[in-house]
Design a protein around this ligand. Sequence first.
Ligand code: EPZ
Length: 417
Amino acid sequence: MDKLVVKKSLGLNGEIRISGAKNAVLPIVCAGILTAETLNLTNVPHLKDIDTLGELLRLMGIDVSLNNGNMLITANKVTSLMAPYELVKQMRASILVLGPLLGRFGEAIVSLPGGCAIGARPVDVHLKGLEQMGAHIEIENGYIKAKVDRLKGARIIMDVVTVTGTENLLMAAVLADGVTVLENCAREPEVVDLANCLVKMGAQIEGIGSDTLTITGVDKLHGATHAIIADRIEAGTYAVAAVMTQGDLTLTNVRPDVMGAVIEKLRLAGANVIVGDTTLQVIMHKRALAVDITTQPYPGFPTDMQAQFMALNCIADGTSVMSENIFENRYMHVPELCRMGADISVDGNIAVVKGCDSLTGANVMATDLRASASLVLAGLVASSSTTVDRVYHLDRGYESMEDKLGKVGANIKRITY
Ligand code: EPZ
């Protein structure tokens, strides 16, 4: 097990290179299942979740290699159509093999992803859409057992805006017989990145970036080379670090054009944000102002940035109201921040944060990926040392956070025990 020891580190200064987006890599690696030719991905971060997905695909007989950010996936001798519980429980995004397996092979046995710390996270919309495309689906012993001769195009209106639901159904539709119209789609940049990669592989998709995707099924897809989009949540996390520590950070290899909602909130907090084509400079020389946050599907404010902005609000000037509208239990960081002296009260999906002058260090425990990031951010401004335990949550989604922050002046050490 690892923990991070974080000490007060004001005035972070320098450059951080942002990695490829975890939530784009995961669906795009699964898209490799759709062809027997090699899918060549660049700008792939080295993260635990990506290792886990690679392990799953290898179990299916798929060749997967990752060297220095370059990932090759070749599904030319698939030997198993099953995603076992042992791996799905580690990484619920494994559900993303379901659509491609059904689309190419007409069969899949995938463990139902259980809930997780942030909510029940059902996959009913994924399954309902696949049934509308003709799949026969049974749930048995905790597994989704799906079969179909060949998926058929259908008009599907998703009940909720779901990122992986949109991605699963999109990947199922590209090899289906006929035209599929997906309505009420998620428009996250990671969904767009998947669609763009599928088009490079020969898929026919219209409406990319909108809430309605029209997919004309083709018989086969071919290999392609694709560079993964930059991680807007990693970038947002380090931008918040610059604001909280009153520093000057330049983030490189960034897509500022997909960070509008976050940039607006950084500016409302009082930061000077300078936007380049692929850079974001965040300069702050005073105490942040409290900012109200309401999480929404893209292009609204991302739920994956809620915990980080809560850490900012904990030491901001004023009181903020935060509303988490995507997941039903995404405030696990609150009791940990309160142990550091934060003044936060939660009522349902609303959190009211009264900014304090300072926080005190404590031993805190991460419970999900972004909660752990918010505790590290709080540790950077706390008066004494903070130890963040269960750092494996962080490693799932942040490529060597302690190195990237250390290089710009943070006092942060990883301890293995
Ligand atoms: C994706 O999760 C991301 N994960 C999450 O990032 C992100 O927080 C989330 O989208 C929202 O943006 C990946 O892309 C791998 P949803 P996903 O389906 O697809 C409900 C991180 O920190 N819902 O968009 O699982 C669901 O319960 C992670 O990187 C149904 O009711 O989220 C939730 O309330 C955390 N039925 C809402 O929709 C369904 O069939 C949005 O969930 C599917 C979803």
